[in-house]
Design a protein around this ligand. Sequence first.
Ligand SMILES: [Zn+2]
Length: 130
Amino acid sequence: MVEYRIAKDDRVRESIARIFSTRHAVNSQRQLKRLVEKDLKADEVFRVGESRLRQIAIDSGKVDLEIHCRETIEMRSLVRCPVCAERLARVRNMTVFGGTVTLGYRCSRCGYWTGLRKRVPTRYVFTRRG
Ligand SMILES: [Zn+2]
C-alpha cells in the first residue's frame, strides 16, 4: 500500500496557480487532479479529492469553470448546488395572474444553472482567468 498524505487547501491553491501559470486550460477534473498531485509530489505522495479540488479551484480566483451537463427528465426542486454546494437561487418569472413561477435555479458562486429538468454535471473544463 502506498502511503499518502492529504494535501492542505493552501498548498492545493498554490499548486493551481503554478499549473495555470503555464497552461491555458485543463479539460477535465480528473486531469486537474493528476496535475495537482504531480505538482505537489516531492518526497511524498499527496492526494486531493476531486470535489474538494473543484471547490478550491472555484474559490482560487485563478480559473474559470466551464460546466458541461446532461439534461435529465427528472423534475425536482434543488436547494444546494451540485457543483459547489452553495445555496441555489430560484429563477422566477411573473405570471399573467400576478404570481411567480419557478423556471429553474442558478448558482452565484460557480455559475451552474438548471431549468426544471435537472441538469447533471458530467465534465468540468478549467481555463485560466484573464
Ligand atoms: Zn455552484
